[in-house]
Design a protein around this ligand. Structure first.
Ligand SMILES: Cc1cc2nc3c(=O)[nH]c(=O)nc-3n(C[C@H](O)[C@H](O)[C@H](O)COP(=O)(O)OP(=O)(O)OC[C@H]3O[C@@H](n4cnc5c(N)ncnc54)[C@H](O)[C@@H]3O)c2cc1C
Length: 504
């Protein structure tokens, strides 16, 4: 272990201490400035015990855990900010009250124990997503309906939904979350897409496939025909914890589900809080370009300089790992795995209103539409309910249709989609904001990197396998809540434990 220096090796108390240490009473803007100021300025150290590549939640958690063990850690983040796929947006237009909404990951829910525990440690509070009253469903066949519960009462869909969703749950319940490729039907399930399976098993395939699209487009940034069935079943299996088996409804629902709560002040308070505690362990504007393993060391070359370390944790999204120049080359199976893991296509589009007017009409702001730009809609208002915000996830085929339009045309299509669900008032927002994750250089898509058919069985087993002195973090390597903030926390913790064991 290298001689500890302050503050690169912070004391356990500083790293694990509570809210007061982070000072989360201040907003994101002030925290951004504090993180930028406390992050490493000037040259990188020549050596470290461990280098962490990527300052998303996963990398920050890994760095914190290693530093708390007294190890000398350097975290290299490509962007000029931390948080990766988690990003707050401050509304600034008249009447928006300077409220904060999220452009990236936002919701948390039951069994996401690791991110909830972390939020608590950092003094970050959660609040319940508004869920009073009815949801709205618009079908091109049956028109507009208000409903409660998980599945809209569309008679052309209900019989298939009852059968297929419960089959998804029972198939998922058999899948080992740490080795889905070992299931006896893994090869069969992995060679078909979710779409093929729906069409082979539904009475009215079009209806149920359309409904399931409104789950896969926000949840994967993809459509049923792009996703391996085995992968989707595993994703459902991962929607739980060690004592609660994963279920479709825990993944898709607001009440008792992954969309149950949000973070007061925006979810980026979590990575910002972590980075503030890490101080100059964090180096911003430091994209890693080359990783060389030789002579029992790893050299990590970044735009801010080179660090020689005993171990490295890579916590970048899978496709970004391919941009790094590796010596020696990545093992073939890992290379193939990364080449077959594609980020979804997803943007968030938010319309801001003086008040959440839909609530007065007894509606909770959740809506599904089987066509148009706004197919999966949530109430995205801050805790105070002022201003009112409607959020549309535009993902997969819907992104390919509307994501490529000029902004004013997309805005109009989104507002018309909101109006179809919640009435004409939705056409007149006081502000409109959108964020397209496919355009982010250091993410390239969202919310997660997906497995195409055939990938999981052939290449999945290498997902967490260390490559020499290089270990893998990032939400995609988690065995619970993969694709989510909770998965990012769990993966960072697991990778840090692997490295700490090697450096003992
Ligand atoms: C629109 C959207 C909605 C979402 N909704 C939810 C939700 O409601 N709830 C939920 O739990 N999750 C949600 N997610 C997913 C969640 O945000 C992610 O699972 C989680 O943030 C991933 O964290 P990570 O640390 O694994 O990866 P990332 O956040 O992607 O962090 C990786 C970091 O690596 C950096 N990097 C990449 N390449 C390099 C390099 N060469 N050198 C140095 N640094 C590099 C990147 O800049 C980035 O900061 C959503 C995501 C998006 C985008």
């Amino acid at each position: 272990m290298s001689a500890p220096t302050t503050p690169r090796s912070l004391g356990r108390r500083a790293l694990l201490g509570g809210a007061s240490a982070v000072g989360l009473a201040v907003g994101t803007g002030a925290l951004h400035e504090a993180v930028a100021a406390s992050s490493r300025q000037g040259r990188l150290p020549a050596t470290a015990d461990a280098v962490v590549v990527g300052g998303g939640i996963s990398g920050l958690v890994a760095a914190r855990k290693l530093a708390a063990k007294g190890l000398d850690v350097v975290l290299l983040e490509a962007r000029g900010r931390v948080g990766g796929r988690v990003l707050n947006h401050h509304l600034s237009g008249p009447g928006t009250r300077g409220a904060t909404i999220e452009s990236g990951g936002a919701f948390v829910g039951p069994t996401q124990d690791h991110v909830l525990k972390l939020a608590k440690e950092l003094g970050v509070r959660t609040f319940q997503e508004y869920n009073e009253g009815n949801s709205v469903y618009v079908s091109s066949l049956t028109g507009r309906q208000e409903y409660s519960g998980t599945v809209p009462p569309d008679p052309t869909i209900l019989p298939d939904a009852a059968v297929l969703l419960s089959r998804i749950d029972s198939m998922a319940a058999e899948i080992p979350v740490d080795a889905p490729w070992t299931h006896e039907s893994a090869a069969d399930w992995d060679q078909q897409t979710l779409g093929e399976w729906i069409r082979a098993n539904a009475i009215n395939a079009d209806g149920i496939e359309n409904l399931i699209k409104s789950w896969t487009q926000p949840g994967f940034g993809a459509d049923p025909d792009e996703l391996s069935l085995l992968y989707v079943l595993w994703y459902v299996a991962c929607s739980g914890n060690e004592t609660n088996v994963g279920t479709f409804s825990r993944n898709s629902d607001t009440a008792d589900g992954a969309q149950e709560s949000r973070i007061v002040g925006g979810s980026q308070l979590i990575p910002l809080g972590l980075a503030k505690k890490l101080g100059d362990i964090v180096t911003l504007h430091a994209p890693v370009r080359r990783i060389v393993q030789q002579h029992g060391r790893v050299e990590v070359h970044s735009d801010r300089g080179t660090v020689r370390a005993k171990r490295v944790i890579v916590a970048a999204p899978p496709p970004l790992v391919l941009d790094i120049d590796w010596f020696p080359h990545l093992p073939t199976k890992r290379l193939q795995l990364l080449r077959h893991l594609d980020m979804g296509q997803l943007m968030k589009c938010d319309a801001v209103y003086k008040k959440p007017f839909w609530r007065d009409a007894g509606l909770n702001g959740f809506g599904l539409n089987d066509s148009g730009a706004a197919r999966a809609v949530f109430d995205n208002s801050p805790k105070t309910g002022e201003p009112g915000v409607l959020l549309a996830f535009v993902g997969g085929a819907t992104w390919r249709e509307y994501g490529v339009l000029p902004k004013d045309q997309r805005r109009q299509a989104i507002l018309e989609g909101f109006a179809a669900l919640f009435g004409e008032e939705a056409l007149h927002p006081i502000d409109y904001v959108e964020h397209d994750w496919t355009k982010e250089r250091w993410t390239t898509g969202a919310p997660v990197a997906n497995y195409a058919p055939g990938t999981m069985v052939q290449f999945g087993p290498s997902i967490r396998k260390p490559f020499g002195r290089v270990h893998w973090a990032g939400t995609e390597t988690s065995t619970y809540w993969t694709g989510y903030m909770d998965g990012a926390v769990r993966a960072g913790e697991r990778a840090a434990i692997e490295v700490a064991e090697q450096l003992r």
